[in-house]
Design a protein around this ligand. Structure first.
Ligand code: ASP
Length: 598
């Protein structure tokens, strides 16, 4: 026998006349005087109205009911009846109430730091994180927790049906290079040695393919000691997959099936076939490798026209290595964009390294205001190329390619938000493919892997890649990887690639990335060894579970979807982690702290 016979979202008219026992938290109570008290009892399923009155409840019960307060945990037994008052159409149990004959207070809270059900008067996030158990009592949070559970369940069921096996990989391991800083753990048994927490199970899942597992899945925790960013947590969860004997299309198809299944199961939404866009196209048209295609305002290249002007901003930019001039046409911008806004955009792009945003209006008389006079030599061609209509505004960017497209891409997103062009309730899925393998960083004059160092070149470029000289920057920059990112509404929800399964290709990538033979042997000898002993072609992907759940629950705060999240400075305000350890523990771990209080 359970303590309760029903949950708080279960009773309907068909239960009228039955004696039931409910248990839960007091969500609200209303004392109408003259021995008539109403209590809304809440559990995770919903609310039921309890009634205490002189006719049906004994004096003891009435006395007890009189002392009830919000968030008391109570158990009540009584008879279900049709509501004497007006039914509440907002509640599934709104047609009935329970007339209480016995009540037991199971737990009486102290003075609460806040009332979790009072959504209008919630305190700041810090207090809510400190008393996370109260915060999690909120209906919204309960819903998120259960949606998260359903997403992982759908994932497990989907991948199971596709023949995947869930396999656990170690948490205490050697550093895996996903490009972030490792969290490390000192070893007591091997003095002076450290484990790293996995930034992802990348190498283990590849090894599992060499081991013949063929289809691997893991819903796993990953750890990256990155600087605080609003939408990141140092500790996060991935839906991590790897498959053998596949090409890029096979992986992408399987993963499309997954998102389709999740969106259908959680939101009842049919995801249409997912379009593909190359990295270069994404950068050219949207200035970002995860374009939000829910609205237009695409970026246009007008470098050839700009070269015909003598506008210094344009000509100086074009003189740079890969210098370009790009622009965004804002239809009807003359009315929608105020001077104050366009001035702010000029400031806004500076954080992305751009110098400013030249602006011009297009009217029935041609270009006016802003940089109109500089456009004189190209006025007709420009108006034609951009398809300008009177009332439009054009915003320009001029710089080296990378800086220019990034600034224009950010500006486009800001315009989309400012002009409210981004539709709600629409899901634009997109695969971004054909990323460059390597990115050259001018600051330190070396190549970095755009995805991670285990990503394979596109099959038809392997030969060119192996043949390219290390100092042939143009050729190396032109090598495209067999990687793919899945993007929804401008947010990357998953990314992966076909992997290198030949040792000589892997070694060549390490060399290009400046990883010496010794370092490669020290860090990845197990992978290089495994590649020598019969590795199947393989590839995979990882979806960010937290991000998926954020989308599905419509929140933009990552801490909402993680039951016990950390703050931007990596603190768990509830448990107090991180904390000090004792000198004895430090000694045992062979560790000395150099930190001193300021
Ligand atoms: N390990 C990669 C990541 O965490 C995903 C993958 O390539 O499968 O981003």
């Amino acid at each position: 026998m359970f303590i309760r016979t029903h949950h708080c979202n279960q009773l309907r008219e068909e239960h009228v006349g039955q004696t039931v026992t409910l248990a839960g938290w007091v969500n609200a109570y209303r004392d109408h005087g003259a021995g008539l008290i109403f209590v809304d009892l809440r559990d995770r399923e919903g609310l039921t109205q309890l009634v205490f009155d002189t006719e049906d409840s004994s004096q003891d019960v009435l006395d007890a009911a009189d002392k009830i307060r919000n968030e008391d945990v109570i158990k009540a037994t009584g008879v279900v009846r049709r509501r004497a008052g007006t039914p509440n159409p907002k509640l599934a149990t709104g047609k009935v109430e329970v007339v209480v004959t016995t009540i037991e207070v199971l737990s009486k809270p102290d003075q609460l730091p806040f009332i979790p059900t009072d959504e209008e008067n919630l305190p700041g996030e810090e207090l809510r994180l400190r008393y996370r158990y109260l915060d999690l009592r909120r209906t919204k949070m309960q819903k998120i927790i259960r949606t998260r559970h359903r997403v992982t369940k759908v994932a497990r069921d989907y991948f199971d049906a596709q023949g995947f096996t869930e396999i656990e990989t170690p948490i205490l391991c050697k550093s895996t290079p996903e490009g972030a800083r490792d969290f490390v753990v000192p070893s007591r048994l091997q003095p002076g040695e450290w484990y790293a927490l996995p930034q992802s199970p990348q190498l283990f899942k590849q090894i599992l393919m060499v081991a013949g597992c063929e289809k691997y899945l893991q819903i796993c925790r990953c750890f990256r000691d990155e600087d605080p960013r609003a939408d990141r947590q140092a500790e996060f969860t991935q839906i991590d997959c790897e498959m053998s004997f596949v090409d890029r299309d096979n992986v992408m198809e399987t993963m499309e099936g997954f998102v389709r299944t999740v969106w259908k199961a959680i939101l009842g939404y049919e995801v249409p076939p997912v379009q593909r866009m190359t990295y270069h196209e994404a950068m050219d048209r949207y200035g970002i490798d995860r374009p939000d295609t829910r609205f237009g305002l695409e970026i246009a290249d007008i470098s050839d026209l700009a070269a015909k002007t003598d506008f210094g901003v344009f000509t100086d930019a074009l003189a740079k290595r890969r210098g370009v001039v790009r622009c965004i046409r804002v239809p009807g911008g003359a009315d929608k964009l105020t001077r104050k806004m366009t001035d702010a955009y000029g400031e806004f792009v500076k954080q992305f390294g751009a110098g400013g945003v030249p602006v011009v209006k297009y009217t029935a008389n041609g270009f006016e205001t802003g940089v109109a006079r500089f456009l004189e030599p190209i006025k007709d061609e420009l108006a034609k190329r951009l398809g300008l209509e009177p009332g439009d505004t054009v915003l320009f960017g001029a710089d080296a390619y990378g800086t220019c497209v990034k600034a224009m891409g950010e500006l486009r997103l800001r315009l989309g938000r400012d002009l409210k062009l981004i539709p709600e309730g629409q899901w634009n899925f997109l695969w971004v493919v054909d990323f460059p393998m390597f990115e050259y960083h001018e600051e330190d004059g070396r190549f970095y892997a755009m995805h991670h160092p285990f990503t394979a070149p596109n099959p038809d470029q392997v030969g060119a890649f192996l043949a390219a000289r290390e100092d042939d920057r143009d050729t190396i920059e032109s090598i495209v990887s067999a990687g793919y990112d899945m993007v929804v509404n401008g947010s990357e929800i998953g990314g992966g690639s076909i992997r290198i399964h030949r040792k000589e290709v892997q070694e060549r990538v390490f060399t290009l990335l400046g990883i010496s033979k010794e370092e490669a042997a020290e860090k990845f000898s197990f992978l290089l060894d495994a590649l020598r002993f019969g590795a199947p072609p393989h590839g995979g992907i990882a979806f960010g579970l937290d991000r998926l759940v954020m989308h599905l629950c419509g929140t933009d705060n990552i801490r909402d979807v993680i039951p016990f999240p950390k703050t931007q400075t990596g603190a768990d305000l509830m448990s107090g982690a991180p904390g000090m350890v004792s000198d004895a523990q430090m000694k045992e771990l062979h560790v000395k702290s150099t930190w001193e209080p300021a």
